[in-house]
Write a protein of this length. Structure first.
Length: 186
């Protein structure tokens, strides 16, 4: 415990009951073919070395949905803070550029393009974020962060009217480029 009484020991939830794990818990290493790339052979998290990867054009598109009540939907055009969709767009673009500061093992990338679109649809706001680069690693996280922060910004801009707003379905829609090839959500 720290001076304020907070316990930072890891917790694992099993059968709805927390089970304490020691801070030096050991997880046996998985075979190389089953390892997640951000863990070394001892199971410790590390940043992947992408220095030997060829630079190529990579693009990713992610989306999010902000579920809004009818009252909030009706108030969107008259928001005293400004246009929530436009502010969300700017926030998403800015967030994509800050992804490596937010996600510890994410590489800083020179983004060549970021676009965020927010559109009022039945039941809420649909957000789509696109990120692109020419680099040795992909931009999926940049697109996902852009969509997430744009959705959070819509919440921030409209929460005065309804605290029950829901952010749903933050997903990768598609990606192209890189060693793993193309991906399209079905």
């Amino acid at each position: 415990m720290d001076k304020k009484g907070f316990d930072y020991t890891s917790e694992r939830i099993m059968d709805d009951k927390p089970e304490r794990l020691p801070n030096d818990a050991y997880f046996p290493p998985a075979p190389p073919s089953q390892r997640l790339s951000h863990y070394d052979e001892t199971g410790q998290a590390h940043m992947v070395d992408v220095s030997a990867k060829a630079k190529s054009r990579r693009e990713a598109v992610a989306s999010a949905f902000v579920e809004l009540s009818d009252a909030v939907m009706a108030a969107l055009p008259r928001n005293p803070k400004g246009n929530p969709l436009e502010v969300a767009r700017f926030a998403g673009i800015q967030a994509a550029k800050q992804t490596s500061s937010l996600i510890p093992m994410c590489h800083p990338l020179a983004l060549s393009f970021v676009d965020v679109r927010a559109q009022v649809v039945d039941g809420g706001v649909a957000i789509e974020a696109t990120a692109a680069t020419v680099d040795g690693t992909g931009v999926e996280m940049e697109a996902m962060v852009a969509a997430s922060i744009a959705a959070l910004t819509v919440y921030d801009m409209t929460k005065a009217l309804d605290k029950g707003i829901r952010i749903r379905e933050v997903v990768l829609l598609r990606k192209s480029g890189g060693k793993s090839g193309d991906y399209r959500r079905e």
